[in-house]
Design a protein around this ligand. Structure first.
Ligand code: PRP
Length: 231
């Protein structure tokens, strides 16, 4: 792996050997815990990001690889990449599909696997043909809207920001559309899966401008990650 000199100029953008500093937008949370070992295996030691995360630093220079890491909310990753504030982002397919992003997706990392499902109370299954004014609670209104449209189901969508499984328990919704990984949260709330809408894993995304301007360096990173991905 080619390494840049360690000196970073004041703007944080150029290494002393002239190599452009690329900015990576990584999502905090579960995906980050899987992404950092993957980068390490690919030859990019981002342990500075791990240490800085504990110290609440969210912009982390990694000059030895001519990189800068931003730790952001997963739903914000596409905005950073789309507007060119980050050259490369890592984010779940759920976020990319919900936001309808216009980004290159050169690599499925095969980590952060989960499913977007429809679920309902075991004790109160929905009769789609007989019940009127169905309510679906979700963090993913756009994916839910598309699913309902495809199924020909008329329903109200209630947008929530977390703890979705509570909604049917307390009568806020008849069904939920939410992420399932182990299935434990559904079980704890006596919910059963009705169907899977989307299989999800984390993707590398690249903005169109960055892909043109820094194609060689981006391909160096994506290629190294690709060689380490296990599906
Ligand atoms: C996610 C998801 C489910 C849960 C599924 O929530 O929305 O609630 O994980 O995981 P499981 O199938 O392994 O139980 P998250 O922890 O991200 O928090 P949130 O409810 O605030 O979105």
């Amino acid at each position: 792996m080619k390494r840049a000199a360690k000196t970073v100029k004041a703007d944080g953008k150029l290494e002393s050997n002239g190599q452009h500093t690329l900015t990576l937008a990584l999502p905090r949370g579960r995906i980050l815990d899987e992404v950092l070992p993957l980068f390490r295996a690919a030859g990019f030691d981002l342990s500075a990001a791990e240490k800085s995360r504990a110290g609440r630093r969210l912009v982390i220079p990694v000059p030895e690889h001519a990189l800068r890491v931003l730790i952001v909310r997963d739903t914000d990753v596409p905005a950073y990449v789309e507007h060119g504030a980050a050259d490369i982002g890592i984010v779940g397919r759920d976020v990319l599909e919900e936001q309808g992003c216009d980004l290159y997706e050169p690599l499925d990392l095969g980590i952060g696997r989960c499913r977007l499902v429809v679920a309902e109370p075991e004790a109160r299954p929905v009769d789609e043909n007989a019940q009127i004014h169905l309510r679906y609670a979700t963090k993913f209104p756009e994916l839910t809207r598309r699913h309902l449209q495809a199924r020909g189901i008329v329903a109200e969508i209630i947008k929530l920001y977390g703890s979705i499984e509570i909604a049917p328990v307390v009568g806020l919704a008849d069904r939920i559309v939410d992420l399932v990984s182990s299935g434990e949260t559904l079980r704890q709330h006596h919910l059963r899966e009705v169907e899977t809408i989307l299989e999800i894993s984390a993707r590398v995304c690249v903005g169109r401008a960055a892909a043109k301007l820094h194609d060689e360096r981006i391909e160096e990173i994506v290629g190294a990650l690709r060689a380490r991905v296990r599906y």
